[in-house]
Design a protein around this ligand. Structure first.
Ligand code: SF4
Length: 282
């Protein structure tokens, strides 16, 4: 039986993650001493391991390592207080925060300074949101569902860069129609094109295949989002981190296999997945 493999356009590293990874590998090549990243540079254990071999180590807490000379800040960014704390220390900071995340941080700060209560649509546990929240002033609030609390009369809305547009629209609709009596609502679009384009491209492919393989870290929010999208469309979907997880039986009873990957999945892992599928087909 003829089998086809369709790779989603734009699968894998987004601009911000690629930039952060390039910075980390560049530092690894040019620095002799050990270098640290605050948290794993991306949600992909394979890349983190590769960097460790080259002398770039993830650090959960600054206090756990005493001899830090150089610290890389990952694409998600970090809270303002932490950034200021690090600046006081005698170490070099290499800021690899994605420019789109930086923009969301600056807009949050600007809105707070101008007297708006900042409403962030996103996941409050996500490091990017925690970073943006720290710039958003004392009244800031994170909303992640259609349950809208009582808000100030003047609010400014921004979004976690990776939130799905449909969900953002739903929440904004509920917010506008809530029992709040607003005088002014200011909205900035801080959604990232890379994420929405990848979601759209994945949806398009998932519509025409009988199996979707979603490649990326199990702890990667945007990869999990891709897997959820495919599953919700009723397509048989497997979320894997690497080619070794592929089971031959998945491939045997399918004719068209779609592959997509999260923003933190390197091209070499995608290539290995394609090769493994081809191996099972032949
Ligand atoms: S998903 Fe978008 S905002 Fe997030 S790191 Fe990538 S490019 Fe930047």
């Amino acid at each position: 039986m003829q089998k086809n493999i369709v790779l989603v356009e734009g699968a894998g590293f987004c601009f911000g993650v690629k930039r952060a990874i390039d910075i980390a590998f560049d530092v690894a090549r040019n620095y002799k001493e050990r270098v640290f990243t605050l948290g794993p540079i991306i949600h992909n254990p394979h890349v983190v391991e590769k960097l460790k071999e080259l002398g770039v180590y993830p650090l959960e807490e600054l206090s756990k390592e005493k001899s830090i000379k150089t610290l890389i800040i990952r694409a998600h960014g970090i809270p303002k207080e932490k950034f200021n704390e690090i600046k006081q220390k005698d170490m070099e900071i290499i800021d690899a925060t994605c420019p789109f995340v930086k923009r969301a941080q600056s807009l949050a700060e600007k809105l707070a300074t101008e007297g708006y209560q900042v409403v962030i649509i996103g996941d409050r546990e996500h490091p990017e949101v925690q970073g943006i929240f720290s710039y958003a002033g004392p009244d800031a609030i994170v909303i992640n569902s259609s349950e809208i609390p009582i808000l100030n009369k003047k609010i400014g809305i921004i979004q976690q860069t990776t939130q799905p547009l449909t969900k953002v629209k739903e929440i904004m609709n509920e917010l506008i129609n809530s029992r709040n009596e607003f005088e002014e609502i200011r909205i900035f679009n801080t959604l990232c094109n890379f994420t929405s384009k990848r979601l759209q491209a994945t949806e398009k492919v998932a519509r025409n295949v009988d199996l979707m393989i979603v490649v990326g870290g199990k702890n990667s929010a945007n990869t999990t989002q891709l897997a959820r999208l495919c599953k919700n469309m009723g397509v048989k979907t497997y979320h894997i981190e690497n080619a070794q997880e592929i089971n031959k039986e998945w491939i045997e009873c399918t004719t068209t296999i779609g592959i997509t990957a999260g923003a933190s999945t390197p091209q070499w892992i995608i290539d290995e997945v394609i090769d493994k599928i081809k191996e099972f087909i032949n």
